[in-house]
Design a protein around this ligand. Structure first.
Ligand code: MG
Length: 283
């Protein structure tokens, strides 16, 4: 198999709530056995890399922190680039606070450069009121993702980060900038984390509007799994389609190997090789 690496969504692909999806562990073991590069890509900003790794290990999936890339990391790295040593007022959980601190963004209660929104269990009306005033005073509104809701382990639904962001957008008239899937900033950062080119990258997920859209827009090949929130008949409602649809990750495993029925990669999707470009344009 040509060098291929995988960006893999977790909820609905690896597990549902705290329940492992049958065969997902076999798929990951096969990736590890063949040294195929992969990273788990999640729009949940609440957990740190360590938290996610621990959750996966408890399900029998033995991976390292380097195998996890969260929208909190994508957000924190972007903000650090935009404004080194910047400040943020945060509505969100410890994974987000952690990522911001790691990237030199200080968390403050007044006059922040950014209001950063993730998911969390501690949001209060006072926090939302404070955030509204900060945004009206000029702080930039940053979303770790725009997912409207999230599935819960008991089969229900809870409001997601996107719902909180909408509240702030409506109150201020300011649109948020999102760094979660399908943002090209997150999709590209995850690919670079693996040292892959565009044509070598395959995105696997269960949600059309984040995983598959993000992959399609980046020129990655995409695999939709039906083990999460999307049914096969839903696909036709979208203007874009995945390259391949399977029931679950287990369907990609054959006798200890990974088999993909994907179109051939398009090497012209890759970025220009700078050295070649310089040689071609040398005067
Ligand atoms: Mg998912």
């Amino acid at each position: 198999m040509e060098k291929t690496g995988f960006l893999i969504d977790m909820d609905g692909v690896i597990y549902r709530g705290n329940q492992l999806i049958s065969g997902a562990d076999v798929f990951v073991q096969t990736l590890l056995k063949h040294n195929l590069p992969f990273v788990f890509l999640t729009n949940n900003s609440q957990r740190s890399r360590l938290d996610v790794t621990t959750k996966l290990r408890r399900m029998g999936i033995d991976v390292e922190e380097k195998h996890v890339f969260t929208c909190a990391m994508s957000t924190a790295r972007f903000l650090a680039k935009q404004k080194p040593n910047g400040t943020a007022y945060v509505i969100g959980g410890s994974g987000l606070l952690n990522a911001l601190h790691k990237n030199g963004i200080a968390v403050v209660d007044s006059q922040p450069d950014f209001v950063v929104v993730g998911e969390g269990r501690t949001i209060t009306l006072e926090m939302l009121e404070a955030a509204v005033q900060m945004i009206l005073d000029g702080a930039k509104l940053i979303a770790t993702n725009l997912d409207p809701n999230c599935p819960t382990s008991d089969g229900g639904t809870r409001p997601g980060c996107g719902a909180t962001v909408s509240y702030l957008e409506t109150a201020t008239g300011v649109s948020a900038f999102s760094l979660g899937k399908p943002s090209p900033l997150m999709m590209r950062a995850a690919r670079k984390e693996l040292g892959l080119s565009t044509s070598q990258t395959v995105m696997i997920g269960d949600t059309m509007s984040t995983d598959i859209l993000g992959g399609v827009e980046m020129g990655y090949r995409t695999i939709l799994v039906l083990s999460g929130g999307t049914k096969e008949e839903d696909i036709k409602r979208f203007a874009y389609a995945p390259d391949c649809v399977v029931e679950s990750l287990h369907a990609l495993c054959h006798n200890g190997d990974i088999r993909l029925s994907l179109p051939a990669p398009d090497p012209t999707d890759d970025s220009v090789n700078l050295n070649e470009w310089r040689m071609m344009h040398a005067t």
